[in-house]
Design a protein around this ligand. Structure first.
Ligand SMILES: NC(=O)c1ccc[n+]([C@@H]2O[C@H](COP(=O)([O-])OP(=O)(O)OC[C@H]3O[C@@H](n4cnc5c(N)ncnc54)[C@H](O)[C@@H]3O)[C@@H](O)[C@H]2O)c1
Ligand SMILES: [Zn+2]
Length: 380
């Protein structure tokens, strides 16, 4: 067995109503002053009010976190939190809010700045513990050591990765996604599926990541369409929330591949939401990768669908990729051209995607510029 490691938050609470556990967490760590991070969309859904009632201490609320923030916006947030004597950060939101919270947790009172971390993330160390309460079902940021920010001057999104950002407490309460708009359930749910399948088929896959990636797929494949199309199907939503967390755990041990690499420039240059850009690329990339990871896809077929000994590995891999294509079609994911992207730009996007070496080196099949362009063309 190859050497591998996996990170996990120290305490994970799950189940409907588990957000009540926030009170215990705050009492356990004896927090005196809390920074509650959220955003305006989540606040408008009524969740902020419900969660605030569970805080038995003084707190400040920070709502000025835009979707997919840039590093300057995180810097400005840090300025607001500084000097408030914060000893616990609670993040209530999707990946944007959680990533901002994770960054502030290593920046409060630090001798380095976020610009320093962009150049050298190794210097980060945790200053304040964190509680993550996800309100989308995709990023798995509640489980990972990563925080992603836009660098506007370069038009790129950058992942800052350091074990110091692993959350301390996580609360997975499906009530938080009960009213999540269906389009966001679809795109963030497909992001979670990308995490699981990329971690399982990537070159860094290992027995620790496989366990979480496979379980995430067992939960997502039968649940995602119901979670989007039947807003009352709380069993499906619970599966999606759990799967998103498992996908994040798998990332800490394996990692994403070409879907995420090619998705990065779409977020950086065109501000396409992370889940949407991954959803557009998922099926074309997996079809391209299929020849290099046929056996791994066949294993997914056996674990998630059925272990049918009359099918060859190739037929099983084909069935998995066809299923991905059908799910993406059924969930009405937009096309690149609907964001104003034309064929002329594909070569430059493809080069930018191939330059995301951190992820591309994990892809099971090497990719040329022309192949990357062909993948974008399928999403056009
Ligand atoms: N750290 C990681 O490991 C990791 C992994 C993947 C992606 N990301 C990052 O996460 C960000 C994307 O996060 P996301 O996909 O969760 O979306 P998001 O946090 O940007 O939220 C999307 C929108 O949904 C709204 N929203 C969220 N929860 C809601 C709810 N329950 N009800 C109503 N509205 C709600 C928000 O207000 C926002 O407008 C990107 O910046 C991406 O790069 C991080
Ligand atoms: Zn992702």
């Amino acid at each position: 067995m190859k050497n591998c490691s996996l990170r996990m938050p120290s305490c994970v609470m799950a189940g409907t109503g588990s957000v009540a556990g926030l009170t215990d967490i705050i009492n356990t760590v004896s927090a005196r002053h809390i920074a509650l991070f959220c955003d305006k969309g989540v606040a408008a859904s009524g969740l902020l009010e419900a969660v605030s009632r569970k805080i038995p201490a003084s707190y400040d609320t920070y709502l000025d976190i835009p979707p997919e923030p840039d590093y300057l916006q995180v810097e400005s947030l840090l300025g607001q939190v500084e000097a408030r004597g914060t000893d616990l950060i609670v993040a209530l939101g999707g990946g944007s809010v959680m990533d901002a919270a994770k960054l502030v947790s290593v920046l409060l009172g630090a001798e380095y700045s976020i610009r320093d971390l962009l150049k050298d993330p190794a210097q980060a160390c945790k200053k304040v513990p964190t509680v993550m309460i996800p309100t989308t079902c995709g990023t798995g940021s509640e489980a990972t050591c990563n925080a992603i920010v836009l660098v506007p001057e370069d038009g790129v999104k950058v992942g800052i990765v350091n074990n110091a950002m692993i959350p301390d407490y996580v609360i997975l309460d499906a009530d938080m996604i009960r009213l999540l708009p269906p389009g966001i359930v679809a795109s963030t749910g497909l992001d979670a599926l990308c995490h699981a399948i990329e971690c399982y088929t990537g070159l860094k896959a290992n027995p620790l990541s496989d366990l979480y990636a496979l379980e995430a797929m067992r939960l997502i494949f039968p649940s995602i369409e119901r979670a989007v199309k039947e807003p009352e199907a709380m069993d499906a939503k619970e599966n999606m929330l759990l799967a998103a967390f498992y996908g994040g755990v798998a990332i800490t041990s394996s990692g994403t591949t070409a879907v995420h690499a090619l998705s990065y420039p779409l977020g950086g240059r065109h501000h396409i939401a992370h889940g949407v850009s991954n959803a557009m690329l998922l099926a074309p990339v997996m079809r391209f990768n299929m020849v290099a990871c046929t056996d791994r896809l066949a294993q997914i077929h056996d674990a998630v669908f059925s272990n049918d000994s009359t099918l060859s590995s190739h037929e099983k891999a084909e069935a998995v990729v066809s299923r991905l294509e059908a799910i993406v079609r059924a969930l009405d994911i937009p096309t690149l051209s609907s964001f104003g992207i034309s064929a002329d730009e594909l070569a430059s996007l493809a080069q930018a995607g191939l330059d995301v070496r951190r992820l591309m080196v994990n892809n099971p099949r090497p990719m040329t510029l022309d192949e990357a362009i062909a993948i974008y063309k399928e999403a056009l």
